[in-house]
Write a protein that binds this ligand. Structure first.
Ligand SMILES: Nc1ncnc2c1ncn2[C@@H]1O[C@H](COP(=O)(O)OP(=O)(O)O)[C@@H](O)[C@H]1O
Ligand SMILES: [Mg+2]
Length: 390
């Protein structure tokens, strides 16, 4: 921890204790660190803001009196009102009330803590604190947050999931507009068709318009799965039963050179899920597995219940610790190179242009699983196969 290095303190923050005491005693933050420097309250926040240090100042009751801009950003908030006045522990994953140090006024390193971002995602930070004897005339605690050593503030995966969320919103907006346009085309083409003699030379053309626009409507319907307004009807659902149902469909439709295996944990807890959407997501993944095995292979679906410790949850960025149902879908197909793996959840990304791929299967699966407060992760090696873990 090196936030209190002497040169900066001398240049920007400091006034000799004696000077300040005589002029504006109430506006100071004191006592000071061991070197005898004291910080005027009016300089503290602007300085930390200028240095882009994520920080906040807590009241003795644990509420946030002041949240710096970088701290807001770190938590994914843009409005200080969403943070100021709230209990600091509301932003902690474990919700433990924050212990206010009794006497010590020197900086204390509190180790690593886990913060909850507005999106629900979890990030680890190192916290250092220092007791202030006066901030806005109250006793307070300065909290400074730092990247834990060897880790990034926001993982690449988290940035990636934010990008996907933005793409999802964009796609949903376009889908709504298209939906309205296509409804108009289908409506008019249907009316024309009902009024025109089938012998008329344009009858065929109108039929082509109608069938093309119905295909477009189907595609847009799939895009609408993105829409935030799509109501999910969640109820306690047996994932094993849902997979069994899916298997009935797969065994009837997959080529016989694809062997389907299952290992389903009998003691799986029920999950709050919209079975239709979740089944669609799993189906999309299985269809990709089929496409990846043009010469046949094995598709294995496994379920088990897992406990994610805070550390494991953090590694699976964005999940909260707790008990989860894990579904793994493994194929022995062509696999993917790392570049492809980075893009697969983006809407419209496909490597199957000539096979009629639309690049929506995994984008939809991703959205559906996010809306079930789950995560989807991929491991793949070219020529070796792919595992999706949900
Ligand atoms: N199991 C898999 N094995 C290999 N590649 C896969 C697998 N699943 C997905 N992919 C890759 O991800 C891309 C996107 O998948 P998806 O969103 O379902 O769109 P589409 O299947 O229409 O191409 C695929 O085009 C393919 O390159
Ligand atoms: Mg697909």
């Amino acid at each position: 921890m090196n936030h209190w290095n002497p040169p900066l303190r001398k240049n920007i923050l400091t006034h000799r204790a004696s000077k300040l005491r005589s002029s504006s005693r109430e506006r100071t933050v004191e006592p000071q660190n061991s070197n005898g420097w004291i910080l005027p309250e009016s300089a503290l926040c602007p300085f930390l803001e200028m240095a882009e240090v994520p920080f906040c100042i807590l009241h003795v009751d644990g509420s946030i009196m002041y949240a710096g801009k970088s701290f807001l950003q770190l938590l994914g908030h843009s409005d200080a009102l969403e943070i100021n006045g709230h209990a600091f522990c509301d932003f902690l994953v474990d919700h433990k009330p924050f212990e206010f140090p009794k006497e010590d006024q020197s900086p204390v390193s509190n180790g690593e803590i886990q913060l909850k971002r507005k999106s629900g995602e979890v990030i680890s930070v190192s916290l250092s604190t220092m007791r202030l004897s006066s901030f806005q005339n109250k006793e307070a605690l300065l909290c400074i947050f730092k990247e834990p050593s060897g880790k990034k503030w926001i993982s690449d995966q988290l940035l990636h999931s934010q990008k996907l969320a933005a793409l999802g919103q964009l796609t949903s907006g376009i889908a709504h507009d298209f939906n309205n346009l296509i409804s108009g085309i289908i409506g008019c083409a249907s009316i024309l068709l009902s009024e025109i003699d089938p012998q008329n030379p344009v009858y065929q053309d109108i039929q082509t318009i109608l069938s093309a626009s119905q295909k477009a409507a189907d595609l847009v319907g799939r895009l609408l799965a993105y829409s935030r307004e799509v109501p999910y009807q969640k109820k306690p659902t047996s994932i094993n039963a849902l997979i069994q149902d899916l298997l009935n469909m797969l065994t009837r439709t997959f080529r016989k050179d694809i062997e389907i295996r299952t290992r389903l944990d009998k003691d799986l807890p029920a999950v709050e899920a919209d079975a239709n959407y979740l089944q669609q997501a799993l189906l999309n993944i299985c269809l990709n597995a089929r496409d990846a095995m043009p010469k046949g292979g094995q598709l294995t679906i496994t379920t088990k219940s897992v406990y994610l410790s805070p550390q494991m949850a953090e590694e699976k960025s964005g999940l909260l610790p707790g008990i989860y149902v894990q579904i793994r879908i493994r194929d022995t197909g062509i696999g993917m190179d790392p570049e492809t793996q980075k893009k697969i959840f983006e809407p419209f990304f496909t490597t199957k242009q000539d096979q009629g791929g639309n690049g929506l299967g995994l984008a939809i699966a991703y959205e559906v699983i996010k809306k079930h407060r789950g995560g989807i992760f991929v491991k793949s090696k070219q020529g070796k196969g792919t595992v999706f873990e949900i």
